[in-house]
Write a protein that binds this ligand. Sequence first.
Ligand code: SAM
Length: 220
Amino acid sequence: MYDSEQRWRAVDGYLATTLVDEDEALVAARTSARDAGLPAYEVAPNQGALLALLARLGGARRVLEIGTLAGYSTIWLARAVEHVTTIELDPGYAELAERNLAAAGVADRVELLVGAAVDRLAELVARGGPAYDLVFIDADKPNNPAYLAAALRLTRPGSLIIADNVVRDGAVVDPDCPDDRVRGVREFLELVRADPRLEATALQTVGVKGWDGFALVLVR
Ligand code: SAM
C-alpha cells in the first residue's frame, strides 16, 4: 500500500515517462549534480517541461533565470527560447552548469553570470538591454522580494514571472513562521498582491519534489 508521498512520486514517474521528453543531456545534468554532491534542488522533469511550455505559450524569446544549480531548468528553458541569462552564486555549481549546457548544445544561447543575484541583477538593470519575456525566480527565498523588484525593472507588460517553492510543505500559511525562506516567500506574494501592475495566481504541486508550488505573475 502506498502512502501519499509514494503515490505522488509514482504519478510523477508515470507522467514524466508518458509525456516528457527528457533526453540524455537532461538526465546527465541531473545525475552530474548528484555525482558532484549538489543538493537535489532542480525542478522535476514534468516541471521543466512546464517551464518550457509556458515560455513557448507566451512566445518568449528572452528568459532570465535566478538560480542555475547544474543548469537543469536552464536547459529546458534554453531549448524553448533564443536567449537565457542565468545567475548562480556558487562558482563550482556554475562550472558544472557550463559543462551541462555545452553537452546539451545550448551554451551559445545562455549567458551564465556568477555571483550574488542582487549584484548581478543590478548590473543587468544598469546595462539596459532588451526586456526579458519570462523570469524564473528559483534561488535563495529570503531575497525573493528583491528579485521581484529587479524583475519588474527588467521585464515589459506581458512578461511572465514564475517563482518556485512558494508553498514549502504548507508552511507558507503561517504568518509567524520563523523560517526566513517562508518569510521571503510570504513577502513576495504580498508585494505581488499589492502591485496594481501585476496579475497573479499560485498553484500547489505534489510529486518527486514533495509538497510545494509555483507562483505565476503576469506583468500587465
Ligand atoms: N533552477 C535550478 C533547476 O531547477 O535546475 C535549481 C536552482 S536551486 C533551487 C537554487 C540555486 O540558487 C542554487 O544553485 C544556489 O547556489 C543558488 N543561489 C542561492 N543563493 C543565491 C544568490 N544569492 N544568488 C545567486 N544564486 C543563488
